[in-house]
Design a protein around this ligand. Structure first.
Ligand SMILES: Cc1cc2nc3c(=O)[nH]c(=O)nc-3n(C[C@H](O)[C@H](O)[C@H](O)COP(=O)(O)OP(=O)(O)OC[C@H]3O[C@@H](n4cnc5c(N)ncnc54)[C@H](O)[C@@H]3O)c2cc1C
Length: 256
């Protein structure tokens, strides 16, 4: 029998708060928690309201990561919602993969969440999705980006041409991505993702076809911008062929 963690026990304030929450959020319960890498837990959320959602691979959800019984209208919005890509969705449950990067309401939620806990979220939504008309697809990013990449890669037909570089701290941080053999993995070691030169260096080394494809750049914001500049300024790609979705950057909280 699943037990609720203390943070998710219902309080008297719920009588007022529950109907409001229901207006703005989809609610489900944690069905399974699984460790995919030492720092990434896969959290599967299911329930009647989670069935048959409109979802395109690459979409994200905005999760209510605070105590569901606590009102959120007191200027605390900044720390209430955190954004996570949907790793997989089978029409019954959606799977999220938060990285445990250290301190933050989202990372804290992901560490403490247990089977049976209630989860409220908005979405799925977003424009960071594969362009099926692309001559080929280029995926570039780090650990957090690879969650979205997993869903996007799974959605591509077998004949689609794929290139990519994924930078992670070490081999143990690689998510089980489809078509992994077609991607280059880079290990930054102890270097911070925002300061690491290895992602851009690896993209520079890629032997890409002569014509531009469509690039999907996600993860740490500065790294995304550096790769975007390289593709547009040095390789001459049109700006519209480079989709950029910064997920986080040092010092900023709850980017969306
Ligand atoms: C569209 C979208 C999809 C996303 N998908 C995912 C996903 O699938 N998995 C995932 O883990 N994250 C994902 N993110 C990123 C996630 O929303 C942010 O990392 C978020 O800031 C985490 O919230 P937090 O409360 O833990 O930390 P915050 O309070 O928001 O941040 C506190 C500080 O922690 C540091 N920090 C934040 N994130 C990281 C990180 N990844 N690595 C190192 N330091 C960090 C920064 O210095 C930041 O200032 C996504 C973001 C967006 C916009």
């Amino acid at each position: 029998m699943p037990t609720e963690s203390p943070a998710r026990r219902r309080r008297p304030a719920d009588l007022l708060f529950d109907p409001l929450l229901g207006l703005f959020f989809t609610r489900g319960r944690v069905e399974r928690v699984e460790r995919l890498t030492p720092r990434v837990r896969m959290i599967r959320v299911s329930g009647p309201a989670v069935r048959d959602l409109a979802w395109t691979p690459g979409h994200h959800v905005r999760v209510h990561v605070k105590d569901l019984g606590a009102p959120v209208w007191a200027g605390m919005l900044r720390d209430v919602l955190r954004t996570y890509s949907v790793w997989a969705y089978d029409g019954e449950g959606l799977e999220l993969c938060p990285l445990d990067h250290g301190d933050g309401p989202g990372a804290g939620w992901a560490r403490s969440v247990r089977v049976g806990d209630e989860v409220a979220f908005r979405g799925p939504e977003g424009g960071f999705v594969v362009d099926r008309s692309a001559p080929y697809h280029l995926f570039v990013g780090e650990e957090t980006a690879s969650v979205a990449f997993g869903a996007m890669l799974r959605a591509l037909p077998d004949e689609a041409r794929v290139h990519g570089v994924v930078e992670v701290a070490g081999p143990q941080d690689r998510l089980p991505l489809p078509r992994s053999a077609e991607l280059r993995w880079r290990f930054r070691g102890d270097c911070a993702a925002a300061a690491s030169p290895s992602l851009l260096a690896a993209v520079r080394e890629l032997d890409l076809p002569g014509e531009p494809g469509v690039a999907y750049l996600a993860g740490e914001a500065r790294a995304c911008q550096a790769v975007r500049r390289h593709l547009v300024d040095e390789r001459g790609w049109p700006r519209r062929s480079v989709l950029v979705k910064p997920f986080w950057t040092p010092g900023r909280r709850g980017m969306d």
